[in-house]
Design a protein around this ligand. Structure first.
Ligand code: HEM
Length: 367
């Protein structure tokens, strides 16, 4: 199956004196050949606005949805590329477990029903046209906007993968206890950079983590310290009141584990307070803390904590920095399937098409 790795065709316009409309349209991006902004303009012009409305409606009913959608996008793209493999309920090989069934995903995935609703709505508008992989990419952007980001263009034309295996996860997703070296290795392996890892970790400005993802920092941390000495003692004390010790009767059932906000002050707002928190030794995960402690990443964490414009400009800003948008666009290019003969346009995001449902490729809008 041919895949296109990151191919930088163009660094799009960087406008020093950008107006807010230009600002939305012109974000630096590494574009993979075959993907294009406005891909569905002719074939399904309502696609992007429909997804945006569904994300906004779901967010109004459940404010945790935007965080879930951004995480689904990340976990999809880093395992077998942005091909919606994370959405499949079954593998083509019976008996094997899917990505969704991995402990790194499982019940911690939030927002899957938003993707289901978006897909079924779009299928009723434009059957067999819009891939699940593109819906995930659009929804992640719309989730960021719903959480306060000014927005960015999403190049589309991804096709959906034909399989999903739990065994594809190891080595492809960073773990909550990992240090900067390992995180960087994973990102570089996807054609991204250490800077992307730091910037995108700013997504931990919204949402939260279950206690079992970080309780090793709170109890029996090391021979000499019950609590991770890198964590602010007051913060650790508060977390210990919320999170039971692993092995205690209350700490046994992961599905009932409490979930703690990464950034309790602005839990639903995508901002830079995550970086302020990690510098104050109040990062929840070991991996968050590592970004502040490692001399290679700390300067960028400090810069992002100091200057919100560096992370994401305000809606009216003329600032040319928009690191979060750029890194999200790069994320959406990882190992995508494009063009005829690669993948398919799934009719149901949870299942690959049966042979009778195979459809011809969707052509970009200018054809
Ligand atoms: C750098 C390495 C990273 C590690 C080790 C990591 C790990 C984690 C963990 C353990 C959780 C908690 C899951 C749970 O308990 O439900 C989480 C949540 C989250 N992650 Fe990351 N992550 C990383 C990078 C990223 C990136 C790059 C993004 C976005 C592009 C991202 C977006 C999110 C979001 C939005 C949540 C909250 C989800 C929710 O509340 O539903 N993470 N992450």
């Amino acid at each position: 199956m041919a895949r296109f790795s990151l191919l930088v065709l163009a660094a799009l316009i960087i406008a020093a004196a950008a107006s807010s409309s230009l600002h939305r349209a012109a974000v630096d991006a590494a574009i993979v050949e075959g993907l294009q902004v406005g891909f569905y303009d002719r074939t399904c012009p309502e696609a992007e606005s429909t997804i945006r409305e569904i994300v906004n409606t779901d967010k109004n009913n459940d404010p945790t949805i935007p965080a879930g959608l951004i995480r689904i996008f990340f976990h999809d793209c880093f395992v077998k590329g942005c091909d919606a493999s994370i959405l499949l309920d079954e593998t083509p090989t019976p008996g094997e477990e899917t990505e969704k069934q991995s402990p790194a995903n499982g019940f911690t995935l939030n927002g899957l029903s938003t993707i289901d609703v978006a897909k079924s709505t779009i299928e009723s508008l434009c059957p067999r046209t819009v891939s699940c992989a593109d819906i995930v990419a659009f929804a992640a952007r719309d989730a960021a906007v719903a959480a306060g980001h000014p927005g960015y263009p999403v190049a589309a034309g991804r096709r959906d993968g034909l399989g999903s295996l739990k065994s594809s996860l190891p080595g492809n997703l960073p773990g909550p206890g990992q240090g900067v070296g390992e995180i960087t290795r994973v990102f570089v392996g996807k054609g991204m950079t250490q800077e992307d890892a730091v910037v995108l970790s700013g997504a931990h400005s919204i949402g939260g983590a279950h206690c079992f993802m970080f309780s090793d920092r709170l109890y029996n941390f090391s021979a000499g310290a019950d609590v991770d000495p890198a964590m602010d003692p007051g913060y650790a004390g508060m977390l210990r009141t919320v999170c039971p010790a692993p092995g205690s009767p209350d700490g046994e059932d992961p599905e009932n584990a409490p979930k703690v906000a990464f950034d309790a002050r602005t839990e639903q707002r995508l901002d830079t307070s995550y970086f302020v928190e990690v510098l104050s030794r109040r990062g929840l995960l070991g991996s968050d803390n590592a970004l502040a402690e490692d001399p290679g990443t700390r300067p960028l964490v400090e810069a992002l904590a100091r200057d919100v414009q560096l992370f994401q400009p305000g809606r009216e800003s003329s600032c040319v920095h928009r690191k979060f948008a750029e890194s999200m666009q790069k994320l959406g290019m990882v190992d995508v399937l494009v063009g005829e003969g690669n993948g398919e346009i799934r009719m149901d995001c949870r299942a690959v098409n049966t042979p009778g449902e195979q459809v011809p490729p969707t052509l970009p809008s200018e054809f």
